[in-house]
Design a protein around this ligand. Structure first.
Ligand SMILES: C[S@@+](CC[C@H](N)C(=O)[O-])C[C@H]1O[C@@H](n2cnc3c(N)ncnc32)[C@H](O)[C@@H]1O
Length: 224
């Protein structure tokens, strides 16, 4: 395991719980517990799975579930500390009896050190919390330290896809990744950031954004 102060004890500012779980949510947590991955098991997945996609902040799980349903030759690890949406997502994993998925029900930063180098094919971060106030900018997930930490675990030519509808965060994400020269922004024309990539599914936050007349952008960065 690599030692990195950024991942030792990260401060998490988002919500971990909402309303009391519904009966179906409680059942999903009870029967879906075996989908929760433990830190010590992470590196062993790479012995038998070659194409691993990590989705950070899967929310209700629309993208995670649809991707896992359609791509049985890929293996998915989804991370989200919010219990209520995790229960919802687990419910769907159980319903579809998915076999190519694990869930980390906590802050992703706590497990990044457990991924072997050059192990993850793709990272997806769809509509991360923007934390729009300047005084909260350190709460944003995408930070220099975060990029430095994910860089070694991504395979050569692997990608990071980030979606956001927040103008300030768009600028922030582009600046952070473009300052990090080991990633290349995959862009040829404006459609490359205006249109959802074909391998991503519409999520609750994308729909909310469109209904409120905001414009989601999609940025894909490739590890050189
Ligand atoms: C605005 S929601 C977007 C959810 C979903 N991706 C969508 O597009 O509908 C952001 C999600 O990121 C999760 N999140 C925030 N910080 C995180 C972290 N450090 N690790 C994993 N998930 C995180 C939150 O709990 C929340 O579910």
């Amino acid at each position: 395991m690599k030692i990195n102060s950024f991942t030792e004890n990260p401060q998490f500012y988002g919500r971990r719980r909402g309303r009391k779980l519904s009966k179906s949510g409680q059942l999903a947590i009870k029967y879906g517990e075996h989908y929760f991955i433990k830190k010590g098991e992470i590196s062993s997945i790479f012995n038998y799975q070659k194409n691993i996609v990590l989705e950070i902040g899967f929310g209700d799980g629309e993208n995670l579930i649809n991707s896992a349903k359609l791509n049985s030759n890929f293996f998915y690890i989804g991370a989200d500390p919010f219990l209520n949406t995790t229960a919802k997502c687990l419910g769907k994993i159980l319903e579809y009896k998915l076999k190519n998925i694990f869930i980390w029900p906590d802050d992703i930063r706590k497990i990044l050190n457990f991924f072997p180098d050059n192990s993850v094919s793709e990272i997806k971060i769809l509509f991360p919390d923007p934390w729009p106030k300047k005084k909260h900018r350190n709460r944003r997930l995408i930070q220099n330290e975060f990029i430095k930490t994910i860089y070694p675990i991504i395979k050569h030519q692997g990608t990071v896809t980030i979606a956001t509808d927040h103008d300030l965060l768009k600028k922030w994400v582009l600046e952070k990744f473009q300052n990090f020269k080991e990633f290349e922004w995959l862009v040829k024309n404006s459609n490359d950031w205006r249109l959802r990539p074909k391998d991503c599914f519409q999520t609750k936050y994308e729909l909310k954004s469109i209904n409120q007349n905001r414009k989601p952008s999609w940025f894909i960065f490739k590890k050189k």
